[in-house]
Design a protein. Structure first.
Length: 586
């Protein structure tokens, strides 16, 4: 084997890893975060959790990605450690699907159907279809499907390239002796498998490399078995690294993954070699094929899960003993959702960001409601709470903005890119709403300190205005949280009514001022309150338009508003009249 064979083998490995990467990314985009949401919701029963872990991993082709996601779930408080154990076990089963797909390269036969089952036959077809979809399809979903097909074709091409490059190794005595060494010393084989997998951080990829080496005919069952066991231990490195800096339960989830594979390997190896010592297996020195590797890989992971699932509580306790309880800083639930681990799957990271932004919206809404109540009934505790909520909303804006910018650097679909843009706009509007709440609180404090009060007539008018503001904000928050365009469309007519209310209120105040029924100082106070109210309504309008814009692609906000407010828009006119009647000044 010369330098050119080595370069070809490394090139094949590069194609293999790249194909697996882009295929996984394409699958994640097509799922749009839904697979991860299923993981989050349906994990109460251990068996269900195992099946879900296996299913999701089989789809995204990476047990490491599933486990890292689970660590993120536990860290953000979405999932309990007890729920995570089943998913981690299932992920180990799901990852074996790759070895079965790769085993198709070992199919032999002259029949047309058998020939078509070989990756070397159908991979070019998938590549042609995939590239065609990527280049010519208009739908992003179809382009993502194209990426999956092209990724699979590249993966298989890499596998074939590696297999061809390592064929000369069959005649290299040092190479065959190396595998004889693994057969005679299983512990060394386990270590070699663990190191290889830890370096490339993918058990599927390392199993693929072993399957390529098997085609030389130099690898026996006795050599392959301990290497596969080691590969299962090596894949834990990714989750352990991802748990650095996480909370105690997230670290425990990573430990559960490690202990499951370590204990499973020790138990499987001990049982297998004890039986082999008593009654030797005749196949041990036979050359193992790609299908044999897949069988060993699957049998180990299924057996380990069946044996250790009843002892899941013991695994959890072992992880708890390893990672002791320490006092941790309290973090608002919404901010826990913004876990860095979710950035590996942007579609799900965006879903988590929406939830955090909804929490932010509710905090801004609570701050405004409290500040409005302070106008008539000023209390220091509530005023302090408005300030605290405003600080919280500011923190949400900082962390959400940073997190969204990180997401925007990923390869996003058009839909996800629009959602990120919408969220960036909306969190700015919610932050400004909380600022206006603070302004109203300061104005209410000023009125209270000076022991002043509005006239009964002014108070009645202001009460109508307050109710309109409360409704528009509540409606905006609901439309944002539920992505409800029907509800969002009702915001603009009410915002127009609020603009009219603002003008009418000022005119009525001027009349009272001329009649001496109100002071100039209270006039300034009233102007501050109504100005803040009007701007809150403007921000609600911005948010509603952003929600509609994300659902209905291809319009500018100004064009949309001009069209909505047009004279021929009967729906807008009817809603405007409805709100005008509801919020009529006395």
């Amino acid at each position: 084997m010369d330098i050119f064979n080595v370069l070809t083998m490394l090139g094949g490995l590069a194609l293999f890893l790249y194909g697996m990467h882009i295929m996984g990314d394409g699958l994640a985009k097509v799922s749009g975060g839904r697979l991860e949401e299923i993981l989050e919701k349906f994990t109460s029963r251990p068996i269900t959790a195992v099946l879900l872990g296996a299913g999701v991993t089989a789809v995204i082709q990476s047990s490491s990605a599933t486990t890292v996601m689970v660590v993120g779930f536990v860290n953000s408080g979405i999932m309990k450690l007890s729920q995570a154990v089943g998913i981690i076990m299932g992920a180990n089963i799901g990852t074996t699907i790759t070895s079965w797909v790769l085993s198709l390269t070992g199919i032999e036969g002259d029949g047309f159907l058998l020939q078509m089952l070989k990756p070397s036959s159908f991979s070019p077809i998938l590549a042609i279809i995939g590239v065609f979809l990527i280049l010519f399809a208009k739908s992003m979903k179809k382009k993502d499907v194209g990426t999956i097909l092209a990724g699979f074709a590249i993966l298989m091409t890499g596998m074939d390239t590696m297999s061809g490059a390592v064929k000369p190794l069959a005649e290299v005595e040092e190479f065959t002796n190396l595998f004889l060494l693994f057969g005679n010393n299983p512990v060394l084989g386990v270590v070699a498998g663990a190191i290889l997998t830890a370096v490339i951080q993918s058990s599927s990829a390392s199993v693929g490399i072993l399957q390529a080496l098997c085609k030389t005919g130099s690898v026996s069952y006795s050599s392959a078995l301990p290497i596969i066991m080691g590969q299962n231990i090596g894949t834990c490195v990714t989750a352990l690294l991802s748990a650095i800096g996480a909370n105690k339960n997230a670290k425990r989830a990573a430990c559960v993954h490690f202990y499951f594979n370590l204990i499973g390997t020790i138990a499987f190896m001990a049982a297998f070699y004890i039986i082999n010592a008593i009654r030797p297996f005749t196949f041990m020195e036979d050359a193992v094929g790609t299908t044999g590797i897949a069988v060993i890989h699957s049998c180990f992971n299924v057996a380990a899960t069946l044996i250790l699932l009843p002892f899941r509580n013991a695994l959890e306790k072992l992880a708890t003993l390893t990672i002791r309880d320490v006092q941790e800083e309290e973090v608002r639930d919404g901010l826990r959702l913004l876990d860095e681990r979710f950035l590996e799957k942007p579609a799900f990271a965006i879903a988590q960001t929406r939830k955090a932004a909804a929490e932010m919206a509710q905090a801004a809404k609570e701050a405004l409601y409290l500040s409005i109540n302070l106008i008539d009934n000023y209390e220091k505790e509530n005023a302090k709470k408005v300030s605290e909520l405003e600080d919280l909303v500011d923190r949400y804006e900082d962390e959400l903005g940073t997190y969204l910018m990180k997401i925007s650097n990923a390869d996003l679909s058009n839909r996800d890119s629009q959602t990120v843009s919408m969220l960036l706009h909306c969190i700015g509007d919610f932050e400004r709403i909380s600022d206006h709440a603070c302004n109203i609180m300061e104005t209410a404090k000023q009125v209270h300190n000076k022991n002043e009060s509005f006239s009964d007539k002014a108070r009645e008018e202001l009460f109508v205005y307050e109710n309109a503001i409360k409704e528009i904000l509540s409606m905006t928050c609901d439309a944002f949280e539920k992505e409800n365009t029907m509800l969002a469309a009702r915001v603009e007519p009410l915002e127009e009514v609020i603009d009219t209310l603002n003008d009418e209120l000022k005119k009525k105040h001027v009349k009272r001022l001329r009649k001496g029924k109100c002071t100039i100082e209270l006039g300034f106070v009233l102007s501050d309150i109504t100005t803040n109210f009007e701007r809150v309504a403007d921000h609600c309008s911005n948010i509603a338009v952003s929600v509609i814009q994300t659902k209905e692609e291809g319009f500018e906000s100004h064009e949309y508003l001009d069209r909505v407010k047009g004279e021929d828009n009967i729906e807008f006119t009817n809603r405007y009249k409805e709100y005008r009647k509801k919020y009529k000044l006395p």
